[in-house]
Write a protein that binds this ligand. Structure first.
Ligand code: ADP
Ligand code: MG
Ligand code: ZN
Length: 618
């Protein structure tokens, strides 16, 4: 966010002054040195020549500087010669007749004169450097001192409310969440109304939603709408190297907030400190517990009319400590959903506001092409498109750039430089068409959106399936169809090039298919053999804090049964794929040839190519 002020930070002192002064001094002395020595060009001659010049009266004057004798001749020219250190001028001019010597002007210069500036530089510079060094050290020590003292201060940033504030208009979609938060805004604006009714003002609002759905944005919008100060801190900022810092930061933060009431405290990613207490492994728990306890204490300590609302955001509500969620604390829970197709269009609308858009851009189409994208993805997408348009030197962002960006985000950037041998290309083409064809001909699978054998990221080729509409429930049949299509690549390679020539290209597909089978059996109760029982924890991500220790809640016999059932599922998928591709071998060949030639096949082209193939019911 722009327009932030950091109350803690001190103004930087003008450190540049001293350095500049030093540099100027150096330059000046260098200049003096230069002009001092190199003023008049004179040629060197042997000492004897100079002396004979004096003898015949050719020399008007001699300047002596240390051992250097500079003679000015009658015609104004200058020559110089060097004498020995021990020789005096009397020695040098011993042979010269006294009357000529009387006429000769001899001027002896102090020898240290020319070195004057050099000496100054040599003696002053180290001194200045030492002083600068000490000043620097001193300042360092001072600032770390300050740091140590301000350690327990919260580093929460205060967002001032000024013309650039976020409002609900910047948040597209998320209708329900906004509805709930509008109420909060009203509490902050007219607390009297609620207090007169004897109602308690809510203290805590917990925003729950996947990353990038707009939780932080919503919290900022609440502050903007209510026109109150907004203290924002991330959960991880409470936790430092030293024990007790988190708790004292919490105390400081709440103190500052109370001084600024009415206001909002926003703790982003609260799961960093708000995890269940006393359950985890590993160090640092005491610190987290203390911090969490302090937050709870502070929230309880609010007077009923303290107009401070604590908002927090998390994408892991399941790991939060129950004490945080009980009434009187974060009892308001606002779920920020994944945007659906209408929301996505609205979010895109927000992010094209400040961009020049071409007339051909249809955001509805883009919204349709981006299932599963959240707000942050869509923002990123429009940014990519703007970058592309700029790279093409366009005046406006066109549909082409946006669609290209969608592809880039979904499938990874194209790597045109990656060289594939013709054989690899052929194998990849058959492999990808295998996926596409099995997917297309198996009921339940999403439609093919694009096939490509331009390598992207790690993949040599991609088949992109895209649902016609957003889905929230998935049927068993869809998973089976998906697995068949995943095995389509493997089977196509086997059919066309022989069992011995199957490549490593299918490894990722097999991994995904096996994963799907395991999830169907263990998490969704979709196996007839194992029945509607959940094996293992449903939401089992790697999270040491809680799940470690009871990852496996079933017996060895069940484990063996699960493995066997996974095998059955995969074999079934393999058979299905094999049936489809054997029956449609000519279509497989035809599409693969086209793909080899064009490298990309769009949805329409694909439908055209396979229009004569019939769906196989297995
Ligand atoms: P998180 O839920 O992870 O806190 P953020 O609020 O930080 O997500 O969202 C990241 C960015 O995505 C925002 O700055 C905003 O530009 C964009 N964004 C997310 N959701 C929306 C939305 N509903 N409307 C408009 N922009 C959104
Ligand atoms: Mg966030
Ligand atoms: Zn594949």
């Amino acid at each position: 966010m722009e327009n932030t002020t950091k109350p803690q930070s001190r103004m930087p002192r003008p450190r540049a002054g001293l350095t500049t002064l030093l540099i100027i001094a150096l330059i000046v002395s260098a200049l003096f040195l230069y002009f001092d020595t190199g003023s008049a060009p004179s040629t060197e001659v042997p000492l004897s020549t100079l002396v004979s010049g004096v003898k015949i009266g050719d020399v008007v004057s001699v300047d002596v500087t240390a051992n250097k004798l500079e003679a000015t001749l009658k015609d104004g020219k200058k020559v110089f010669a060097n004498k020995e250190t021990k020789q005096s001028m009397t020695d040098v001019l011993a042979d010269v007749s006294p009357d000529i010597r009387a006429k000769l002007q001899i001027q002896v210069h102090d020898e240290s004169q020319s070195d004057f500036w050099m000496n100054i530089v040599i003696s002053v510079v180290p001194f200045v450097l030492i002083v600068v060094f000490f000043l620097f050290m001193f300042r360092q020590a001072q600032s770390s001192n300050n740091q140590a003292l301000s350690f327990g201060k919260s580093s929460a940033r205060l967002y001032e409310n000024n013309n650039k504030k976020t409002t609900f208009a910047d948040v597209a979609g998320a209708t329900e969440a906004k509805q709930e938060l509008i109420e909060i805004v009203d509490f902050l604006k007219n607390p009297i109304k609620y207090l007169a009714m004897g109602a308690k003002i809510p203290k805590g609002v917990l925003l729950i939603g996947a990353p990038g759905c707009g939780k932080t944005l919503l919290a900022r919008a609440v502050a903007g709408e209510a026109n109150v100060p907004f203290f924002s801190i991330s959960g991880s900022e409470f936790v430092e190297m030293f024990v007790g810092v988190g708790a004292s930061r919490v105390r400081d933060l709440f103190k500052r907030a109370k001084r600024n009431a009415p206001c909002i405290i926003f703790v982003d990613e609260i799961d960093a400190v708000g995890r269940q207490r006393g359950t985890g492994l590993g160090g640092g728990h005491d610190e987290r517990e203390q911090t969490l306890n302090q937050i709870l204490t502070e929230m309880d300590g609010f007077e009923t009319d303290t107009n401070v609302i604590v908002m927090a955001a998390t994408n892991r509500p399941d790991v939060l400590d129950p004490a945080l969620l009980r009434p009187g604390r974060f009892d308001r829970r606002v779920v920020v959903d994944q945007p659906d197709i209408k929301d996505r269009e609205a979010i895109l609308e927000v992010h094209v506001r400040n961009k020049p858009m071409g007339k051909d851009v249809n955001l509805e189409v883009i919204a349709k092409q981006t299932p599963g994208f959240v707000g942050a993805d869509l923002e990123n997408l429009m940014n990519e498109a703007a970058l592309l348009a700029a790279r093409y030197n366009k005046k406006k962002i066109g549909m082409k750039e946006i669609e290209q960006s969608v592809e880039k985000v979904v499938m990874g950037p194209e790597r045109k430089s990656k060289i594939m041998s013709p054989k690899e290309k052929e194998v990849t083409a058959y492999h990808e068409v295998g996926h596409a064809l099995v997917g297309h001909l198996t009921p339940g699978c999403d439609p093919v959106h694009k096939i490509s054998i331009v390598s992207r990221g790690m993949a040599l080729g991609v088949t992109w399936f895209m649902p016609d509409e957003d889905k929230h429930l998935y049927a068993k049949a869809k998973y089976h169809a998906e697995m068949a299509s995943l095995l389509g690549g493997y089977v196509a390679e086997e059919l066309v090039f022989g069992k011995e020539n199957i490549t490593t290209g299918a490894s990722n597909d097999l991994e995904k298919a096996t994963g799907t089978a395991r999830k169907m059996i263990m998490n969704y109760g979709m196996s007839d053999v194992l029945g509607p029982v959940i094996y293992g924890e449903h939401n089992r991500e790697v999270f040491l804090g809680r799940d470690f220790g009871h990852m496996k809640n079933f017996s060895e016999e069940i484990a063996a049964k699960i493995d066997a059932e996974v095998h059955v599922f995969i074999t079934r998928a393999y058979d299905r794929a094999k049936k489809v591709l054997s029956e449609h071998r000519p279509t497989l060949e035809k599409v693969a040839k086209v793909l080899l030639e064009k490298e990309n096949i769009s949805r329409e082209e694909f439908l055209e190519l396979v229009s004569d193939a019939e769906k196989v019911t297995a």
